[in-house]
Design a protein around this ligand. Structure first.
Ligand SMILES: [Zn+2]
Length: 249
């Protein structure tokens, strides 16, 4: 049934052009996947509240770039954008965010389960906050290996089971190997650093998963080479093979 008072979609007609122009590795997706990403993007744009930080104005380009990058994580996941249903609002700042600490929680004396960075913030049952400067720069230059949107939305996937522990909900058959491989890679990063993962991954298990996810999508060939087992687990979880897509290009 269509209601006459349905909200108009905020998805711009030229979203394909915006994606092709502003997301550098858009061309690694074949046309059916681009359309599927477009459908997920539309769900994110129309299904969530989007707010600009004070004194800032949201544009079509911002919504499309942020929603596309977030959609790439759930392209192969059963449930699609259902993974993001706990997000109350997507807040976009012009540049870096300034927070001293995690926001107080709903109950006095508690803290919101969340993480804060200069470029973004995620909290459980709260907003995802993104710096547009970082998001647009990252989308244009994926080979630098950073993507604040993927990073923050990876935290949302991690939080889907209620805890930020670097392990999203997994089939039991994958869990044991996941813990072994991630623990081993984390220990090696702490001890020797990594040639492909940013040092920030060594902060804790949650950051390790978020940074690994960024690297999986932005520098897949390097990750597959340096951390084949980690790459393999992420490929199984996300049900995508960006290294193969990058090789075929
Ligand atoms: Zn993080």
């Amino acid at each position: 049934m269509r209601f006459p008072w349905s909200r108009r979609s905020a998805v711009p007609d030229d979203w394909r052009e915006l994606a092709a122009r502003h997301v550098a590795d858009w061309g690694t997706y074949d046309p059916p996947d681009q359309e599927r990403l477009g459908a997920l993007m539309a769900e994110l744009i129309d299904g969530h509240r989007w707010e600009p930080a004070r004194g800032f104005e949201l544009t079509d380009r911002m919504r499309v770039v942020i929603a596309i990058q977030a959609s790439r994580l759930v392209l192969g996941l059963e449930g699609g954008t259902d993974w993001y249903e706990r997000i109350t609002t997507i807040v976009v700042h012009r540049s870096v965010l300034r927070f001293d600490r995690v926001e107080p929680g709903p109950v006095e004396g508690t803290e919101e389960c969340g993480v804060v960075h200069l470029d973004g913030q995620t909290s459980y049952r709260g907003p995802v906050v993104i710096s547009w400067d970082a998001a647009s720069r990252n989308a244009r230059h994926p080979t630098r290996g950073r993507d604040v949107v993927m990073h923050e939305f990876a935290h949302v996937l991690d939080m889907a089971d209620g805890v930020v522990d670097g392990t999203p909900p997994l089939p039991p058959s994958q869990l044991e190997r996941w813990v072994d491989v991630f623990t081993d890679a984390f220990d090696r990063l702490e001890e020797h650093g990594s040639e492909v993962l940013d040092d920030y991954a060594g902060t804790d298990a949650g950051e390790f998963f978020a940074v690994s996810t960024e690297t999986f999508f932005t520098r897949p060939l390097q990750l597959a080479e340096a951390e084949p087992e980690l790459y393999d687990l992420l490929r199984a979880f996300y049900r995508q093979d960006p290294a193969a897509a990058a090789t075929d290009r």
